[in-house]
Write a protein that binds this ligand. Structure first.
Ligand SMILES: NC(=O)c1ccc[n+]([C@@H]2O[C@H](COP(=O)([O-])OP(=O)(O)OC[C@H]3O[C@@H](n4cnc5c(N)ncnc54)[C@H](OP(=O)(O)O)[C@@H]3O)[C@@H](O)[C@H]2O)c1
Length: 336
């Protein structure tokens, strides 16, 4: 089968940073779906793994943690799916990614794809929707339908995660949603997705909030460049507020949160699949609910740029765009 992967950790401007490969088809385990992949999206994690995770000796590493496809086979213990089902999922970081014609995924972290979306539009959603959902409801513990009189600041509102978090917070809670974006087009995008207000993260956040007529906020979703914004985030939070973080930084000084008794919450959407937690099927359930909300026209796709066919050259262009930090919504590719 066709697949795209890497054999060396190389910068994105090196032609062999990703390669077109011919690999044997994977075999589904007992709880796995064998999926014929139709479309994928690219996340910052792809670029981080490509740069930093050494391939196993002699083995190419296949990236890609967002896919839509058709179930072609099922493991002996699969209960929820049949061949022919159209599914969407992010998969597990401990298994090969989905940039391959055939791919296997545990049925507990997959769901039927939204029927109202084309393949590439649906491929934009799973990884970021899982992240945003878990951040809002499992980590910050905002009650469904709750949050009246409270506010959420989404730092990096126009990115992949921010684009679906804004929508989930608007559709499923009563929170006031303030997003950050630095360019006219990303600011307009955040408003279209439902943000009540947008502030510019190229200004100090607390100042930008005050200039926009906003007070301190109850919750901050720190989605990107948290190290850069950290002091301003602490200043922007109310006493006893809560901070959720998803990105990488060399160090995060939790002592700075003590004076205001701010709680700190990490979200990592791969945790459940990585450890096989007893509740890992919650990800399949939340993806099914996201698909239902999309088909009910309450959520929309976050697909932004379409980078064409799934091959090494197009994926490298997509990686370069993600690494630029300028993505608006998600980057998608489809077909092999
Ligand atoms: N822990 C998890 O489970 C998890 C899940 C998904 C992603 N992540 C991580 O979360 C981070 C964000 O992911 P993503 O997919 O949302 O990224 P993304 O789509 O690449 O984010 C792009 C956005 O970042 C904004 N941005 C650029 N520089 C910024 C800055 N200095 N301050 C604030 N915003 C800035 C840009 O807005 P403007 O153009 O308006 O400046 C752009 O819209 C990545 O590090 C990713 O690896 C973690």
């Amino acid at each position: 089968m066709k697949a795209i992967g890497y054999r060396q950790n190389l910068p994105v401007d090196q032609p062999h940073a990703l390669e077109d490969l011919d690999l044997p088809a994977p075999q589904p385990g007992p709880r796995d779906l064998l999926v014929r992949v139709k479309a994928v999206s690219v996340n910052p994690v792809d670029t981080k793994v490509r740069r930093n995770r050494a391939p196993r000796a002699g083995q190419p590493e296949v990236l890609g943690w967002d896919a839509v496809g058709i179930v072609e086979g099922i493991g002996a213990d699969v209960q929820g799916f049949r061949p022919g089902d159209r599914v969407f999922y992010a998969g597990s970081i401990t298994r090969p990614g989905a940039n391959s014609e055939l791919h296997v995924v545990d049925e507990r972290i997959a769901a039927r794809a939204p029927a109202s979306l084309e393949d590439a539009q649906a491929a934009a959603l799973p990884l970021t929707a899982i992240t945003a959902w878990e951040l809002l409801f499992d980590r910050l513990r905002v009650p469904h339908g709750g949050g009246a009189g409270q506010s959420l600041l989404v730092v990096g509102g126009a990115g992949g995660v921010g684009s679906i978090l804004i929508q989930l917070a608007r559709q499923l809670t009563q929170l006031e949603v303030i997003a950050t974006a630095s360019r006219p087009q990303t600011q307009a995008w955040c408003r279209e997705l439902g943000a009540h207000a947008v502030i510019d993260h190229s200004q100090p956040l607390a100042t930008a909030l005050a200039d926009g007529g906003h007070g301190q906020v109850d919750f901050v979703a720190a989605l990107t460049q948290t190290g850069q914004h950290y002091d301003q985030i602490v200043e922007s939070l109310k006493p006893q507020g809560a901070l959720a973080v998803i990105d990488d930084m060399p160090v995060l000084d939790a002592m700075k949160l003590k004076t205001k008794a701010i709680s700190l919450h990490w979200e990592l959407m791969f945790t459940r699949s990585m450890f096989g937690t007893p509740d890992m099927a919650e990800q399949g359930k939340l993806l099914a609910e996201v698909a239902r909300l999309v088909d009910a026209k309450r959520l929309r796709t976050t697909a932004g740029a379409h980078y064409g066919t799934i091959n090494a050259a197009n994926l490298l262009r997509a990686h370069a765009f993600i690494e630029s930090g300028k993505a608006q919504g998600k980057v998608v590719l489809e077909g092999f």
